[in-house]
Design a protein around this ligand. Sequence first.
Ligand code: ZN
Length: 192
Amino acid sequence: MRSAFGYEVIRSRRRTVSAEVKPDGRVVIRAPLFMSSVEIDRFVRQKQDWIERHVGLQKKRMAAWKDGSGNTAPPLTDDQLEVLKKAARDKLPKRTAELAKVMGISYGRVSVRAQKSRWGSCSSAGNINLNCLLMLAPDRVQDYVIIHELAHRRHMDHSPRFWALVASYCPDHTDCRRWLRDYGSGLISRLP
Ligand SMILES: [Zn+2]
């Protein structure tokens, strides 16, 4: 059986296999070093429905960001922004609690705002602030920003120790940062 999408395989020293749909709809399969391509193909077929649904969603999301000329999408209306904030306040504090537990890190409060200047911040008192526009970014980018801010609870700088901590919970952080570089300003420019 042939799937409607092609996929790229990245092998690394990991124990499990996972599928990821990139912002542009590309499919990446991360697999253990010695997993055979037959096994990988079987995994892809099992996940086919999920993958196709997410490829469709990402393509739609990308299309919503851009108009035909390739410029960024029109500004969000106040109503849309309120919906976004509500969704972010539902999701991001919960996700922060989950990731903090995994990382064994404590923090104060989480607040969610619409901000033009940053994706997240962490105060010296341990309060974390997250940008509601993250709701328009892929889950893994949301996780990266949260992990980044939580890691500041250990290291209040961007030292090699800080990045090593981020990398241990977010191995593809370079990719996530690239995503924010490539698409982030387009999202921020949509704030009313
Ligand atoms: Zn930082």
